[in-house]
Ligand binder design. Sequence first.
Ligand code: PLP
Length: 365
Amino acid sequence: MHKKHNFGAGPCILPSSVMEQAAQAVINWGGMGLSILEVSHRSPEFEDVVLKTQLLVRELLSVPDHYAVLFLQGGASTQFAMVPMNFLSAGKKAAYLDTGYFAQKALKEAKLFGEVEIVASSKDKDYAYIPVEFNNDKQAAYLHCTSNNTIEGTEIFDFSTAGAPLICDMSSDIFSREINITDFDLIYAGAQKNMGPAGMTLVIAKNEFINQAKKEIPSMMDYRIFRDNMSMYNTPPVFSIYVAMLNLLWLKDQGGVSGIAQKNIEKAKLLYAEIDRNPLFYGTADVEHRSRMNVTFLAINKDVEAEFLKFAANLGIVGIKGYRTVGGFRASLYNALPLSSVEVLVNAMASFEKAYSDKIVLELE
Ligand SMILES: Cc1ncc(COP(=O)(O)O)c(C=O)c1O
């Protein structure tokens, strides 16, 4: 059982049943008399884990057969470079949607490999919205977007754009809602939010797109090599993949992605309603682009911010401090966070409002 209400942005809360099974497997995996940490990745037992995990990804996200499912390493940050290294060829331009901190990091890496065009940016308003009007030039090598901006608290809800092949960083909202895989040519996501522990990066990519990658690519950065070796060109992140399998089985039990999406909508609605109601706090993202995974908000002054952080910590609420460059609060509502934790946070905000106004009245008397 989790003792704290963990609103951390990642690594983040995972279901306690998954933790228990993972802990057991570290001691004695499946009664084999071996730990999951000491079993060969070439053993039939582990090959079975990789296969099952791939099948779960396919089933939960309805991934068609002409897409590959890969488990890589190096986090989403390695994908920032791997994507242009594979797909940004000479004479072509890569198009980027600049929607925040991680989008910026992605395009910075791409510049090392060729010409990059920022087709739209929300920097003018501190990334509080998602630009919707831009020119999607089909001559571009690809268009890169970030479906959920973990730091700024904005999310893309409509991916219907015709033009260049679409590549998406889905690190912080994959498996949180239904998506249409065929809208994308390549999706990548660090595992450490809704998939499992850090250490593994999920890539889902159209085979035909992978086949178009440049030829002179170092093996560890070559999507083809990982596809053709069942993600086991080298030693894979065994434990991370194993726990992801357990977590995806848990997700299936929750009614899959459509089931969890309903719960995620309910959690986000509840918290945003309190932010909009409570005079001590206000949201930072434009209402129509508010993220359901990372809820960003500010206090009316620094005093309230510091006091509420302490007040919340006393109630076992952790991980709500905003990103270091942004400040304020960020409550992450990933799949494993129960509605009851959001209720605790919302009640804390309301009780704090009462305590704070009583204190002001006392000070005035
Ligand atoms: C949207 C997004 N992209 C990329 C990253 C970087 O991921 P990693 O730490 O796995 O490299 C993060 C991390 O939080 C993220 O939220």
